[in-house]
Design a protein around this ligand. Structure first.
Ligand code: ZN
Length: 481
């Protein structure tokens, strides 16, 4: 039985966060009315000339440096010719022969393993318009708002071996572009999309199998499903000794399947040639070194540090490392040395993340300061506050602000560690639980936890749990009840 392994490559398109479009001064903004924010240049009217957006190049260079690429001097842009109604110029300006960034890589974490994905190139290009099909009237309308919106395309080598690795790579790319303010990477606005190349080869073989390209993948979960679908489709063909045709397929996420768009025989011939209206791109060395020296610790690097040095779990570490604001909060509160990384992580990943999600808001909208979060985490660790009280205090810190001490006092959540009152509380609970007491005396240790739980509940979480345990054990063993 021949064993096969998948070989996957990705092409990620991300919209650049510039004020204006790639070759004209039209505003670059999502959600504008159809066919507004257009001008003769991005509409491709005869006689117009493009002018390259400097900021777009700068952002693409930043992405290249973050992904360990070489910045090529003298890169140039090409015309990619094809006729489609969403493209009024009948060509897209892109980069073919000599892209801006070459030969990079990105290390990603996949189930505890460090995986290096090489990046073949990052190039700049412009977006096309959008066709809107109206099934009622049977007509198609063209919207040119997106024509000329600046994009980068990140092309990997076929180094990815599974859908999980592809997902980890996409998440790392997105968080990197977001952290550096290169792109918003909003999936729902289509500001990041990807094409997926999949082939299978005999395990260990140096040669590659016939690949299929899948287009129209506009979510990361769609990429995972599309890759898995394609792997099993190709595996089925190979097992049945049928040949795999080289083709471009369209992923239909709603139906969960891909269909043929075009085969090798009718592959598009784009007739690339250098764009005659634009010159060579020279990136000042001063700019490259400035970007390099101001590069912060990137989300992917944070993830490795959190898991390898701070001992956080991969999934939890990712939630913090891949979110700039959560990472900032986490690190600022950790630096106060009042609480451990684990406790802070569990508060951020648990209660805080849930709160933000439930109220659809961001950390920056909250009143919580890193100092108070550290204080609260420290109190929880030291057992000075119960976990249920900590949740209430945290909610106040998020919405109203203030400090832990004052809130704890105001909400009447201060811990009760008065021996007399705890002894009284435990005595009362034990008196009502003769069954649990008998079980504990007969060696069922879990019965004690039941009693402690009831005591904590009766005190509304305020009783000192360690003291409750001490009294409960003592009182039951002393057979005072
Ligand atoms: Zn324009």
């Amino acid at each position: 039985m021949v064993e096969y392994e998948p070989v996957i490559g990705l092409e990620v398109h991300a919209e650049l966060k510039t004020a204006s479009k790639m070759y004209c001064s039209c505003e670059n903004r999502f959600g504008a009315e159809p066919n507004t924010l257009v001008c003769p240049v991005c509409m491709g009217l005869p006689g117009t000339l493009p002018r390259l957006n400097k900021k777009a190049v700068e952002l693409a260079v930043k992405a290249g440096i973050a992904m360990n690429c070489t910045i090529q001097q003298g890169s140039y842009q090409d015309r990619k010719n094809y006729f489609y109604p969403d493209l009024p110029k009948s060509y897209q300006i892109s980069q073919s022969e000599r892209p801006l960034c070459k030969n990079g890589y990105l290390d990603v974490l996949v189930e505890g393993q460090r995986k290096r994905v090489r990046i073949e190139r990052i190039h700049i290009e412009e977006d096309a318009g959008k066709l809107i099909h109206d099934p009622q009237s049977g007509t198609t309308l063209a919207d040119y708002v997106r024509c000329g919106v600046p994009l980068i395309e990140i092309v990997t080598e076929p180094d990815i071996g599974s859908s999980q690795e592809a997902h980890a790579f996409l998440e790392t790319v997105r968080s990197t572009l977001k952290a550096l303010d290169i792109s918003d990477c909003k999936m729902q606005e289509g500001s990041v999309r990807c094409d997926v190349n999949v082939s299978l080869r005999e395990k260990g073989s140096p040669s590659l199998g016939t690949r299929c390209e899948m287009k129209n993948v506009n979510s990361f979960s769609g990429a995972v499903r599309g890759i898995e679908y394609e792997i099993s489709r190709q595996l089925r063909l190979l097992t049945a000794r049928e040949t795999i045709r080289q083709e471009t397929r369209r992923w239909d996420d709603a139906k969960g399947l891909s269909t043929v768009m075009r085969t090798k025989e009718n592959a598009m011939d784009y007739r690339f040639f250098p764009e005659p209206d634009l010159g060579l791109i020279t990136v000042p060395e001063e700019l490259i070194s400035r970007i390099r020296s101001s590069m912060p610790e990137l989300p992917g690097e944070k993830l490795f540090r959190y898991t390898e040095e701070l001992g956080l779990k991969e999934q939890e570490a990712k939630i913090i490392a891949f979110d700039t604001e959560k990472a900032r909060l986490f690190e600022a509160s950790l630096s106060s040395k009042k609480a451990s990384a684990r406790t802070l992580c569990s508060l951020i990943v648990g209660e805080i993340t849930k709160f933000l999600k439930d109220n659809s808001c961001e950390i920056r909208d909250m009143r919580l300061t890193p100092e108070e979060l550290a204080e609260l985490a420290g109190d929880t660790e030291q057992g000075r506050i119960s976990s249920s009280s900590a949740k209430k205090v945290l909610k106040e810190l998020l919405t109203v602000g203030g400090n832990v001490k004052e809130i704890t006092k105001r909400l009447g959540l201060e811990q009760d560690s008065d021996p007399e009152s705890i002894k009284k509380l435990v005595t009362q609970v034990i008196a009502q639980q003769p069954e649990a007491v008998r079980e504990f005396r007969n060696g069922k240790t879990s019965a004690l936890n039941h009693i402690i739980g009831l005591c904590m509940k009766a005190s509304k979480g305020r009783a000192d749990p360690a003291m409750v345990r001490k009294f409960a054990e003592k009182l039951i063993n002393d057979k005072e009840v």
